[in-house]
Write a protein that binds this ligand. Structure first.
Ligand SMILES: O=C[C@H](O)COP(=O)(O)O
Length: 225
């Protein structure tokens, strides 16, 4: 499985990339807004410096029409780096742009995915990743697990190269469900990452082990023995 960070906070990225098996970083305008009016291209380049080229960086277009999306994609690729994944909403204009940009060798992540048909079309257009919005689908009473499982089946059936990069999570259960449904990757906010080990029993187990050790050896650690 691939775990990506859905943030552009440099400090958090640096910290979590060092301590967790992180496969990349994703962003969108709402995520950028959380950092204020950052120097967009320089900030994205700093993220690349932190994560290196073995991890993926996904940056979203803002234009909503075909020509504008192509222009945004070109600028992102030229001003950040050629390896960046261009995030494009899967709608009529976006899909048109995905077809064109894939033919020109761009890395593409189809995003804003709420329905099976969006995913099927993006897979067919050759998107490298599709990003179904797990929590947002649940909020609309759509069975997220079923949508992801259908995408997984389609990728398997057609032997497509597309990977499912599940997004939009409000808790860890949704993340593990996304992987169980067949997602290869999931992008999560730093708040969700932090809850991965938040179960009180985990810490209590460590406290109990330490107490038993101390009852035998006092405060002498294994390294000091
Ligand atoms: O890029 C898409 C985001 O992961 C959506 O997440 P959100 O539903 O928390 O805004």
């Amino acid at each position: 499985m691939e775990l990506l960070l859905d943030t552009v906070n440099l400090e958090q990225i640096e910290k979590l990339v060092a301590s967790m098996p992180i496969a990349g970083v994703t962003s969108n305008p709402s995520i950028i807004k959380q950092e204020g009016k950052i120097d967009f291209f320089n900030h994205m380049k700093k993220i690349r410096e932190i994560i290196g080229f073995e991890k993926t960086l996904h940056v979203q277009v803002v234009a909503t029409n075909y020509e504008g999306i192509l222009a945004d994609a070109k600028a992102i690729k030229e001003k950040i780096d050629p390896e960046v994944y261009i995030k494009i909403p899967i709608n009529d204009e976006g899909l048109h742009a995905i077809k064109t940009l894939k033919a020109e060798g761009y890395n593409i992540t189809g995003t804003a995915m709420y329905t099976k048909i969006q995913g099927l079309l993006a897979i067919s257009a050759g998107a490298d990743f599709i990003a179904p919005y797990f929590n947002r689908m649940e909020n609309q009473n759509i069975d997220s697990f079923d949508v992801l499982a259908a995408m997984s089946q389609e990728i398997e059936r057609t032997q497509a190269k597309t990977k499912i990069l599940a997004a939009s999570f409000k808790n860890i259960r949704q993340v593990t469900e996304a992987f169980e449904a067949g997602a290869q990757a999931a992008t999560v906010g730093t708040d969700i990452v932090k809850t991965a080990f938040a179960m009180p029993s985990i810490n209590q187990a460590v406290v109990d082990f330490n107490a038993d050790w101390a009852s035998i050896y006092g405060d002498v650690t294994i390294a000091e023995m």
